[in-house]
Design a binder for this molecule. Structure first.
Ligand code: FUC
Length: 826
């Protein structure tokens, strides 16, 4: 009797869950288990990550913890740089690039460690005997609840697994249920490619203890412990030396706790087991239902801020891998909104306040030596990881990046002094958990001292989106330190007497006249970065009423930076000299930093540079690595060309070949894996984040002195709506549109101030406020635009006139906390 009612209750519970799930379109779902890692589904809480394969017979849950990195605190500055610097600078101005690069390889590039790899913890395996003949298979990743689910039937029993990485409880929880009692039978075991010991500390627990590897002469000192505890209802648990077996249970809940001895980039202790035990015992105080509820509630405070609807077609009935295969040729606008929300999901899941920033793979990595060490490549990739953070209303998620920058400003101070005898702080093109700041990987790639300057942009954006003066005050020393470095490091070039960064490179590219040598002085991106850094440090100092004398110095140096230049074939020059080739298809488009993410180039303020930048990007081409295409979505959005931006989304969402086990393919053929991870290839998360930012950029921009509504809407998204995007100055914007025309805009002002709006459609105020035609400069201080120098233009260059679609520009006054509605004017 009791058995019958229990089974009935279980079936009802399953039915309720099933029907609740089928409503949501915000799911990645599949009709077969994952075989390869790039088919498995990611969950994470910033600190812990797991990839779920969902095989009915053998579940693999591959585990990560974001401080499990090889090595230990170290510094890799090359002390020979100080003496070599004047010689190298002279050689560059003499044009002897071969000798320069040779010397830089030995005397600037680190002769010790080149960065430590981020490593996996290992995997938990769950073996389910007798499940070979399963039917009704289904698995998904639910983006609205941050849970992964697997379902299947064996004989007449329906089984279900739910996995999530709890944000509030700091453990990964796996819940196993069946619609009939006593049917849960499995064996749990763990392994890892790291040096580990696995033991059974008590009858329902597995413990895995390990230490990360030595690497390039740096001793591996990160110790980690993972505790796996099974709580069963009904049935029994038995154990042998290394595994646990559950028999005849009604349900089983598995808690996975992981902790390390990492305290911060220069301190480790010996407390990892205590930490892991504490997380576990705290988590066990809640029952499963409460834990799930708290997890979802925490996650939804962030995820629910933005909704996007680009339309729905029949394609949504297909599994996600099929939809990716068909995307380019089909009509599946919901896949683009799913990809957008997946990007936001990944950022919330891989970058939480108090933790590490998302690395090249976020937090998900199953290897000891992942491609490029899965570290922080700061000549584009790490920055791209955070482009979506403000506009898609996830500002909290960039806190780990801010913290990393604080730490780099400490380690980088030593490096600036030791290598260049300069004040302030410097970082080159890579860093890792130990915040190394030396130059690595060979001069062709690594002799680039502007990594810190680029990440400083994110600090400034965080301020201009949120207007928090206290925050500005707290990060001002970082910006000032970066400016101090360039104040000392810039030198005068002989021809025009401009101040330039030297030695440097235009990231990972070389001019076709000497393709083997990249080292240069005054690369366009460097000029743009130093321009932004100085301009923003000046603004910050003025807002905070600080450092009058330093501001004077920066202002005078700012005037002496090179202008942007338009070369022979009408392109924006990548280098100080007119060396660009129209046949150069390098994935990096560094000189277009000035267009995106920066706002130095604008169709309204600098039309010639705008056209030149477009000429450069057209020559570079569309298809490339994943992250390169993600960048190009943003660039085409800034060119106000929605159809071209959409073409790049199609390229980005192209299904790519799955890498062979253990091998990483590196090629230019980027796209998307079945689990929607971006393919460089191999997997690199920046493409996911870059393209997500790009989709936002097509719908809303705010860098050019106004909020631009639907600046680059492609024809295929003719009707839709978005809510909760953030514009500079703390405006939360929602837009509805129909047949390519705006129908309603809602703007909530968080900070007050003038709101200036540009739209291709005539608008009217709906409510009690005055909408006026905008004139002159936007008085809102968060909408200040940079005054850049007039470009130098090659006499041979033919420059097209910018054709802009007619648009309307309005102003209205706002009060903090109030929402304003605008309609299409009749
Ligand atoms: C830079 C890029 C590569 C890759 C690597 C992590 O070297 O040029 O494409 O993204 O970083």
């Amino acid at each position: 009797m009791i058995k019958v009612s229990l089974s009935l209750i279980l079936s009802i519970a399953l039915f309720i869950e099933l029907s609740a799930q089928s409503d949501s379109l915000l799911k990645l779902w599949y009709s077969h288990p994952a075989e390869k890692w790039v088919e498995a589904l990611p969950v994470g809480n910033g600190r812990l990550g797991a990839m779920i394969f969902g095989n009915p017979t053998e579940e693999r849950i591959q585990l990560n913890e974001n401080t499990v990195w090889a090595g230990s605190p170290y510094n890799n500055a090359n002390p020979k740089a100080l003496k070599a610097l004047p010689v190298i600078r002279k050689l560059i101005f003499e044009g002897d690039y071969e000798k320069t690069q040779d010397m830089a390889n030995k005397e600037i590039i680190s002769q010790t460690a080149q960065g430590m790899p981020y490593q996996t913890v290992g995997s938990l395996y769950l073996n389910f005997p007798g499940s070979e003949n399963y039917t009704n298979y289904y698995r998904d990743l639910n983006l609205e609840e941050a849970t992964a689910t697997v379902k299947y039937s064996v004989d007449d029993v329906e089984f279900k697994r739910v996995v999530f990485a709890s944000f509030p409880d700091q453990v990964i929880i796996v819940r196993l249920t069946a619609d009939k009692p006593g049917k849960i039978n499995f064996t749990a075991s763990m392994n890892s490619p790291e040096k580990v010991v696995v033991l059974i500390p008590n009858k329902n627990e597995i413990e895995l203890d390990g230490i990360t590897t030595d690497h390039e002469g740096i001793k591996g000192k990160v110790k980690f412990s993972s505790l796996v505890k099974i709580v069963n209802s009904g049935g029994s648990i038995t154990s042998n030396d290394t595994s646990l077996s559950v028999a005849g249970a009604d349900t089983a809940t598995i808690y996975i706790s992981i902790a390390t001895n990492f305290i911060n980039y220069h301190e480790l202790d010996d407390n990892r087991l205590n930490r892991a035990e504490n997380y576990l015992s705290e988590a066990l105080k809640k029952n499963y239902t409460e834990a799930l509820k708290d997890h979802i509630a925490y996650y939804q405070q962030f995820f629910d801020r933005v909704k996007l609807d680009l339309g729905v077609t029949d394609s949504v009935k297909n599994p996600t891998d099929v939809r990716i295969n068909e995307f380019a040729a089909g009509n599946d606008p919901q896949l683009a909104s799913l990809y957008f929300q997946f990007g936001r999901y990944l950022l919330i899941s891989s970058s939480e306040p108090g933790g590490q920033p998302a690395n090249l793979q976020g937090i998900w990595n199953d290897q000891l030596y992942p491609p490029w060490d899965s570290k922080y490549t700061i000549n584009i990739n790490t920055e791209m990881n955070y482009w979506l953070s403000e506009v898609t209303n996830l500002s909290e998620m960039n806190e780990p990046l801010v913290q990393m920058l604080k730490e780099l400003s400490i380690t980088g101070r030593e490096t600036a002094k030791e290598m260049y005898g300069a004040g302030g702080w410097v970082a080159h093109h890579n860093t890792d958990i130990w915040r190394m700041t030396g130059a690595i990987d060979g001069a062709y790639w690594g002799d680039w001292p502007c990594g810190g300057a680029w990440i400083c942009q994110q600090l400034w954006y965080k301020y201009i989106y949120n207007g928090d003066k206290e925050f500005l005050n707290s990060i001002y020393p970082i910006m000032k330190g970066a400016s101090e470095f360039f104040n000392d490091f810039l030198i005068e070039e002989p021809e025009h007497k401009w101040l330039v960064v030297s030695p440097s490179v235009s990231p990972e590219n070389s001019p076709s006249i000497h393709p083997d040598y990249s080292i240069t002085a005054g690369a366009t991106i460097d000029n743009q970065l130093v321009f932004d850094l100085f301009t923003e440090t000046i603004h910050a100092a003025e807002i905070l009423g600080k450092d009058k004398n330093f501001v004077k110095v920066l202002k005078s140096k700012l005037k002496r930076l090179p202008p942007m230049q338009i070369g022979l074939w009408g392109q924006l020059q990548e280098w100080l000299h007119d060396w660009d080739s129209p046949d150069d298809h390098n994935r990096h488009v560094s000189h277009l930093y000035g267009l995106y993410p920066s706002n130095q180039i604008s169709p309204f303020r600098t039309p010639k540079l705008f056209e030149a930048a477009k000429t450069s990007l057209i020559a570079r081409g569309d298809e490339s690595t994943g992250w390169s295409m993600g960048w190009k979505v943003n660039l085409w959005a800034r060119f106000l060309d929605g159809n071209h931006a959409y073409k790049l989304i199609k390229d980005q969402l192209k299904a790519v070949e799955i890498p062979k086990e253990g091998k990483s393919i590196f090629s230019e053929g980027g796209g998307t894996y079945p689990n929607m991870f971006d393919a460089h290839p191999p997997f690199q998360i920046d493409g996911n984040f870059g393209c997500t930012a790009g989709i936002a950029e097509m719908l809303l921009q705010s860098q050019d002195g106004f909020i631009f509504i639907l600046p680059a809407l492609p024809d295929v998204w003719s009707s839709g709506n978005v809510s909760g995007l953030k514009a500079r100055g703390g405006f939360i914007v929602s837009i509805e549109w129909k047949n390519n025309k705006v129908s309603k805009i809602k703007i909530k002002s968080l900070l007050g101030g003038n709101c200036r709006v540009r739209s291709y459609d005539k608008l009217a105020a709906a409510g009690d406020f005055k909408l006026e035609e905008a004139k002159g400069e936007n008085p809102n201080p968060f909408y200040i635009v940079p005054g850049i120098k007039q470009p130098l233009i090659s006499p041979e260059a033919k420059i097209k006139h910018v054709e802009l679609k007619k648009s309307y520009l309005y102003d209205f006054k706002t009060e903090a906390g109030k929402e304003y509605t605008l309609d299409l004017s009749e």
